[in-house]
Design a protein around this ligand. Structure first.
Ligand code: URP
Ligand code: ZN
Ligand code: ZN
Length: 522
């Protein structure tokens, strides 16, 4: 009932709030370079009623005789699919506090940076999954400025949860997340449970996602470091070595491969963990992996900053690698399709909230901002440095996420029939990122002082201009929930792998063979 009321409220906002930008009946984006994940070309985009109606090549003059409600001149600019951020925590209660970016402020920041869809995580804790789903929908529907979808964490395991998983798959939640980190909390899952939950995901056609770090070893290291007197933010990366992430990554890949279920490893931060992904892909396993704007844009040397607040703002898990070369290493893996997507894990806390861990690093709320700056940070460090192409940029900022989480081609491509979620991107525009000017709620940013070249000039979500030239123009509740079907792109290879395994695992028929006299003597 609540969801229904909130949806009506969202639609009412859209229809009657005079500040809400209307979806123009017909809008033409003219003269830009359209960039999709496979190629770029000159063309015009016709949008009608929230959808891309047609893409015209320059030689197709038909549309010049028509009238449009709105024409945007995109000459000299790129026209790309709006960003899709597959990993966010808005309005999330975690480590005794709640993130500062709620669904309203967080999605203002999203559209200001060119992101038009994000996927948040339902964290049910001890609640039934359907109840938690309703809670997330009730809070998000009335606030979001762009479209969103939902993954769901599994924080416990029993028959009821197994049944509830099916219920929420029917509501469009077709990806489930487990944590091998955060020992001593309901997030942490052991191998036996993972095996069972992975099996259940396969029965339901859902993608399994894992936060992979060895929680047992982190706990041991934390206790050891604290005894040694290491209580500042530097204790955070020191307690989470490269091997701690790599071991858990290897382990969850092995479990997923044993079940033969598609696995998506969230926030790969260390090179050793990334190498585990590469190895698994070379073996033909169905493994997808995500890099973060944090790991591609900054490095973890800040944990040793003398100023406590500065060091603490980078505390997130896994820790950002303190080796400055990792940024480029991961960008190269995005170029070679070894890493698939880029996300933010936007989970932002204020300075005051970070100070909850002033006495000891293990109490600093884990998480950083990113949803506003992901697109520009990746363009600057990827395309700007010649490591990835503009089409690669689209592949890793929207298309691959849309495919893996089964929203493609509704999202992640500019073509007739797709949602009119796109950005007009100015590759020459520059800015210096600062908490003084960002749209996030936080009073600090991990990207403070970072210079980016390549900015979103205009963001269009469902045919509505939601951001233009520095101004957010949408209203809360104007985005939509995106329900996703199971057994999507991520499952394409699974039947073939199952079949290969069945052939390999056929028992040898020895019924007609008599034991030789020699073996009988033996
Ligand atoms: O530090 C992080 N990543 N905070 C958010 C919770 C999680 O681990 O996903
Ligand atoms: Zn995580
Ligand atoms: Zn997360």
């Amino acid at each position: 009932k609540n969801i229904f009321q909130e949806q009506i409220k969202g639609q009412f906002n859209q229809l009657f709030n005079k500040n809400t930008p209307k979806a123009f009946n017909s809008m033409l984006i003219k003269g830009g370079t359209i960039v999709n994940a496979d190629h770029k070309f000159q063309g015009d985009v016709l949008i009608e009623n929230g959808k891309i109606q047609q893409v015209f090549l320059p030689e197709q003059k038909i549309h010049t005789q028509r009238n449009f409600n709105k024409i945007i001149d995109a000459s000299g600019k790129l026209v790309m699919p709006g960003g899709i951020d597959p990993h966010c925590h808005l309005e999330f209660s975690f480590m005794d506090t709640t993130t500062v970016d709620d669904f309203d402020i967080g999605t203002r920041a999203a559209v200001a940076g060119g992101t038009t869809t994000f996927i948040d995580f339902i964290i049910p804790g001890s609640n039934p999954l359907k109840y938690a789903y309703n809670d997330w929908r009730t809070r998000a529907d009335k606030k979001v400025h762009c479209d969103y979808s939902l993954h769901c964490a599994i924080n416990d395991w029993n028959e009821d949860i197994s049944k509830e998983m099916e219920e929420i798959v029917k509501l469009g939640v077709t990806s489930f997340k487990l944590y091998t980190a955060y020992k001593g909390t309901y997030f942490f899952q052991n191998d036996e449970r993972m095996l069972q939950i992975f099996q259940r995901c396969k029965e339901l056609g859902a993608v399994i996602m894992v936060h992979a770090e060895n929680g047992e070893l982190i706990e041991y290291n934390q206790e050891r470091l604290i005894k040694q007197g290491v209580t500042g933010p530097e204790g955070h990366p020191l307690s989470r070595s490269d091997e701690i992430e790599a071991e858990a990554t290897h382990r969850v890949i092995t479990i997923a491969n044993t079940i033969n279920v598609p696995l998506y490893v969230v926030h790969v931060m260390k090179r050793a963990a990334a190498d585990e992904i590469v190895r698994a892909k070379r073996k033909g396993f169905v493994v997808f992996a995500e890099a973060l704007a944090a790991g591609l844009g900054v490095d973890g040397r800040h944990y040793w900053d003398e100023d406590w607040d500065t060091a603490a703002k980078f505390v997130m898990s896994p820790a950002i690698d303190d080796d400055p070369k990792t940024k480029e290493y991961e960008m190269r893996l995005l170029a070679t399709h070894d890493l698939d997507t880029t996300a933010t894990d936007n989970c932002a806390f204020s300075k005051a909230q970070k100070r909850l861990g002033h006495d000891c690093f293990d109490k600093i709320p884990n998480g950083c901002n990113g949803i506003e700056d992901r697109m520009s940070v990746i363009w600057t460090n990827g395309v700007g440095k010649g490591v990835i192409t503009p089409s690669d940029f689209v592949r890793v900022t929207s298309a691959n996420t849309a495919k893996i989480f089964n929203m493609y081609p509704r999202k992640g491509i500019i073509q007739a029939g797709s949602d009119a979620d796109l950005i007009i991107f100015d590759t020459e525009a520059t800015k210096t990122i600062s908490a003084k000017t960002h749209h996030h709620a936080g009073d600090h940013t991990i990207f403070e002082g970072v210079k980016v070249k390549g900015l979103t000039q205009t963001t269009i979500s469902g045919g509505r201009i939601v951001y233009d030239e520095g101004v957010v123009k949408s209203t809360p509740g104007s985005g939509k929930y995106i329900s996703r079907l199971p057994y999507g792109y991520a499952y394409e290879k699974i039947p073939a792998l199952d079949a290969q395994r069945r052939i390999k695992e056929t028992p040898v028929d020895r019924s007609g063979i008599k034991p030789s006299s020699k073996s009988l003597e033996e």
